[in-house]
Design a protein around this ligand. Structure first.
Ligand code: AP5
Length: 213
């Protein structure tokens, strides 16, 4: 089992980059998407997660690690995984190391998307997503071809409840305090490959493919 972690602040473009890596055989695991599915199904975890996510706070480590454990344990040993939004705390990173080791897998790369806060606020404020297929658009930088409708499903696009400026700023503060220390953690293991995520979507995707494609 081979794994790659996409690291970077909310809105740096992790999901957007993941789309092209799926075409290269990676299985995209976004803990944000897994949690939003629990919210949609109104499970006990989903009800608890919604309260935290709407405020820009993290869901408890144990709940997130347990979701990841279930995904990995039910997968073939030859699978290639791309993690987006996980791990997000030092505790999650340590648990992730233990889990990969127990499954005889490897963490091969940590792709770090670097992007300043003001660019992120602009990106997340204009983000639109398709609730059916998960496609991600931006009203200026990556607009759908027809009005405010998904190119794949044809349904109306939505704005995530946590994509308002107050919650975006809170998410950035939580990232700086709890997730940014992972950069040093993975640098010590010589795994970090930084990419300038202020470039165009095409350029960022190309830089990531150069490393992993
Ligand atoms: P999650 O869903 O993971 O959100 P996030 O990390 O905040 O990241 P985003 O999905 O918002 O951004 P992204 O980097 O994928 O950017 P995107 O490609 O969409 O998590 C949500 C919440 O769930 C968390 O706040 C937390 O509460 C909880 N959670 C999740 N995982 C957890 C964990 N492990 N532990 C605890 N809690 C957890 O791009 C953004 C926009 O910019 C789009 O509109 C896109 O079109 C545009 N764009 C992208 N790239 C470019 C570019 N190069 N140029 C111009 N525009 C671009």
């Amino acid at each position: 089992m081979n794994t790659v972690v996409l690291l970077g602040p909310p809105g740096a473009g992790k999901g957007t980059v993941a789309e092209v890596l799926v075409d290269k055989g990676y299985r995209h695991i976004s803990t944000g998407d897994l949690l939003r599915e629990q919210i949609r199904l109104e499970t006990p975890l989903g009800l608890e997660a919604k309260k935290l996510m709407d405020k820009g706070r993290f869901v408890p480590d144990d709940a997130v690690v347990s979701m990841i454990r279930d995904v990995l344990k039910s997968s073939e040993s030859s699978a290639k995984f791309l993690f987006d939004g996980f791990p997000r705390t030092l505790n999650q990173a340590e648990k992730f190391d233990e889990l990969i080791q127990s499954l005889e897998g490897t963490l091969d790369e940590v792709i770090l998307l670097e992007c300043p806060d003001d660019v992120i606020v602009e990106r997340l404020s204009g983000r639109r997503t398709c609730e059916k297929c998960g496609a991600v658009y931006h009203e200026i930088f990556n607009p759908p071809s027809k009005g405010d409708r998904c190119d794949v499903e044809g349904c109306e696009l939505m704005q995530r409840p946590d994509d308002n400026e107050t919650t975006i700023r809170k998410r950035l503060a939580v990232y700086a305090e709890r997730t940014a220390p992972l950069i040093t953690y993975y640098e010590a293991k010589d795994l970090v490959h930084p990419i300038d995520a202020t470039q165009s979507i095409g350029q960022v995707r190309e830089a990531v493919l150069e490393k992993l494609g």
